[in-house]
Design a protein around this ligand. Structure first.
Ligand SMILES: Cc1cc2nc3c(=O)[nH]c(=O)nc-3n(C[C@H](O)[C@H](O)[C@H](O)COP(=O)(O)OP(=O)(O)OC[C@H]3O[C@@H](n4cnc5c(N)ncnc54)[C@H](O)[C@@H]3O)c2cc1C
Length: 384
């Protein structure tokens, strides 16, 4: 991949900048972090603006409703939207970043036509029902049971840590369809409409005070068989596709945001006298190098995914592992720069610092990413 813009890319960038300068001042006020219906409306409103301007699903394949843009155009889009302070995917990160791409890669033509356009138009929000109380890192241990009854599955069990479940229309749900089969072979990937009778959503509060995820209880919930993506009992393979999008490309927009925060941090340190501390300057310099390297790794992962049919490879685990730790270091450094103000929840960066703690857990813990890197990239023997 050539890292300098071609004339076409320069033009794409300039048109995008111009559009952003025109539309961003027209956005409504951002809702408060705890106003989930307000956040849903705000995020979907922005998605609709992207759709109307031809920027929704920029890098999705054309036959999945996307624009079929090149990886470089996609990265230019991420860079420019972040630099301009535009909203990011928000409440529908599951739909836009991994459920949608999974359906694009694995769904039938009918399923693509049903689910992808409403995601791109900002009409439907998805959540992810993978983890269970006894199935997190060992996801294949999941026990939520689905029994076939005619053209429906009857699903009972419970999910946990389901982000944005309260405002979701659909859930990418993993269920056990064959309890006798070895654990990886009896799983099925279903699209569950969240308004089906028998679903109870119980919000969970985080240490930052917001209820961004929930427990989801399923009591004989009837899910149409037409909502199954992939074959019955072939859900583990489809899950690997979902997780490769979640780890490989879902965080890429955030790297640009972290680079912006780093610049702001250096400016704040210059103003409040902390810049005189050589240890802090060294740390900021190292983080700068780290995020530049992560951006290059992002470029490589995105172009590699496009080259190999659109699904990111195992390199996503390397990125996710390093990115989540770098993000924590960055936000720990904000506390050094802010001093006692780092205890004030209304200050910029303070809530982000608290939420950065979750990055080494969500989408698979660091230990699990290390296991994957050891076994699947370095070829080391499987741990016991
Ligand atoms: C902010 C956030 C949002 C989330 N959103 C969602 C969501 O929307 N949908 C969803 O389904 N899930 C979601 N999750 C759940 C997330 O996927 C799990 O928390 C994660 O996979 C870890 O599972 P666990 O919490 O059960 O921890 P456990 O699996 O119980 O792990 C506990 C500890 O043991 C370690 N460990 C476990 N097994 C091994 C091993 N084999 N080798 C080495 N160490 C090991 C882990 O690394 C960890 O440190 C979210 C989590 C967070 C933090």
């Amino acid at each position: 991949m050539d890292l300098a813009d071609t004339p076409e890319e320069r033009e794409f960038r300039a048109r995008l900048r111009e559009w952003l300068a025109k539309v961003l001042p027209t956005l409504p006020r951002k809702p408060s972090p705890d106003d989930w219906p307000g956040r849903r409306a705000y995020d979907l409103g922005w998605q609709r603006m992207l759709y109307d301007a031809g920027y929704a699903g920029l890098h999705w394949p054309v036959d999945a409703g996307g624009q079929g843009a090149t990886p470089t155009q996609h990265l230019i889009f991420l860079e420019e939207t972040e630099k301009a302070g535009a909203p990011y995917v928000g409440a529908n990160f599951v739909g836009l970043l991994h459920a949608g791409p999974t359906i694009a890669a694995e769904g039938t033509a009918e399923q693509r036509a049903r689910w992808l356009p409403p995601i791109l138009r900002g009409e439907e929000v998805w959540c992810q029902g993978f983890s269970e109380p006894d199935a997190g890192s060992d996801l294949a241990a999941l026990r939520t049971r689905a029994c076939r009854d005619g053209d429906h599955y009857v699903v009972s069990g419970s999910k946990i840590w389901t982000s944005h479940a309260e405002v979701a229309d659909w859930c990418e749900l993993l269920v056990r369809t064959d309890p006798e089969a070895p654990k990886h072979r009896g799983i099925t990937w279903l699209a569950l409409p969240m308004d089906t009778p028998g679903i109870t959503v119980r919000p969970l509060k985080t240490l930052a005070g917001s209820a961004e995820f929930a427990e989801v209880f399923l009591d004989e919930v009837r899910v149409p068989v037409s909502g199954r993506v992939g074959d019955e009992n072939d859900g583990w393979r489809v899950t690997m596709v979902t997780l490769s999008f979640e780890r490989g490309t879902a965080f890429v927009g955030e790297v640009v945001a972290c680079r912006r925060v780093l610049g702001e941090l250096a400016r704040t340190a210059r103003k409040n006298g902390r810049w005189d501390d050589p240890a802090l300057r060294r740390r900021l310099g190292r983080l700068n190098a780290e995020f530049r390297a992560l951006w290059r790794l992002t470029q490589w992962n995105v172009s590699e995914a496009e080259r190999t049919g659109g699904v990111p490879g195992v390199g996503g685990s390397v990125f996710k592992l390093r990115y989540s730790h770098a993000r924590q270091e960055l936000y720990d450094t904000t506390a050094e720069v802010l001093g006692p103000d780092a205890l004030d929840l209304d200050r910029p960066w303070v809530l982000d610092r608290l939420s950065s703690l979750s990055y080494t857990i969500a989408a698979g813990t660091s230990q699990i990413q290390r296991n994957i890197v050891a076994e699947r990239i370095l070829g080391l023997p499987k741990g016991r």
